[in-house]
Design a protein around this ligand. Structure first.
Ligand SMILES: Cc1cc2nc3c(=O)[nH]c(=O)nc-3n(C[C@H](O)[C@H](O)[C@H](O)COP(=O)(O)O)c2cc1C
Length: 222
């Protein structure tokens, strides 16, 4: 797939076919995607690819932790969005709820939807990107972000869909306990990955973008 096409067709996939993704395919995706640049070529990413029984156990433990109000997620820096950023967040949720037929006041279905994210959207595999705690800096977070997009774009070439998601790493102790991520590492972001179920309503979402003119300043041009 051409670069411009890949950038334009990539979208977050939140419904997957149950078909497993062969290890060899994910390996090829990662071989290419880790050509991503990183600050001083530090390549700070630690990659954990999870599938099968272990992924199912993590899904279950995440839901259990959510229900119990577990607070292990506090080691991750998160701030509530405000102003226009909050508005975009709310707009996104409304668009998804509309596609999924979830009513404004249907708290139960909204909760079910939220839990879906903590279950990696029931994808057959998940990729967790972690940093050694000593590397947790703006530079390394930027590196992880670049790798995320590289994985998403490379995955397209193999017919795979992805959803970058922080929900999947909000209970890092579950990842440590079940997927062997060491205490010295901080899960930063994860991706659900699998073959898209194009019948799944939320996969039909086309998210808008602000007009470039509203967030770009051109300096020194004629
Ligand atoms: C850093 C990051 C974290 C995200 N976390 C979540 C998440 O936890 N749950 C979710 O459903 N989508 C998540 N997304 C997907 C965004 O909602 C999505 O990228 C955005 O709405 C734009 O839509 P698109 O990816 O389809 O273009 C995340 C994306 C990024 C880049």
């Amino acid at each position: 797939m051409e670069i411009l096409e890949a950038l334009q067709v990539r979208k977050s996939i939140r419904g997957y076919k149950p078909d497993p993704v062969p290890k060899e395919i994910i390996n090829q995706v990662l071989e290419v995607a880790t050509r991503a640049p990183s600050a001083m070529n530090s390549q700070p990413w630690q990659i954990t690819v999870i599938t099968g029984k272990v992924l199912d156990e993590i899904r279950q433990e995440n839901i259990k932790a959510l229900k119990e109000g577990n607070t292990s997620a506090q080691e991750i820096i998160r701030k509530p969005f405000e102003g226009i950023y909050r508005k975009r967040q709310v707009d996104l949720a409304l668009q998804i709820f509309q596609l999924m037929g979830i009513g404004r006041d249907d708290k139960e279905k909204r909760t079910q939807w939220m839990m879906r994210g903590f279950r990696f959207f029931d994808a057959p595999a998940a990729i967790v990107l972690s940093l050694d705690k000593s590397m947790n800096s703006t530079l390394a977070l930027c590196d992880i972000g670049i790798l995320c997009q590289s994985i998403c774009l490379t995955a397209l070439e193999f017919g795979l869909g992805t959803c970058i998601e922080d929900q999947g790493i909000l209970f890092p102790d579950n990842l440590r306990k079940l997927a062997g991520i060491p205490e010295s590492s901080l899960p930063i972001m994860c991706l659900a990955i699998g073959y898209p179920d194009w019948e799944f309503p939320a996969n039909k979402l086309e998210t808008p973008r602000e007009a470039l003119a509203n967030n770009t300043r051109w300096v020194g041009f004629e």
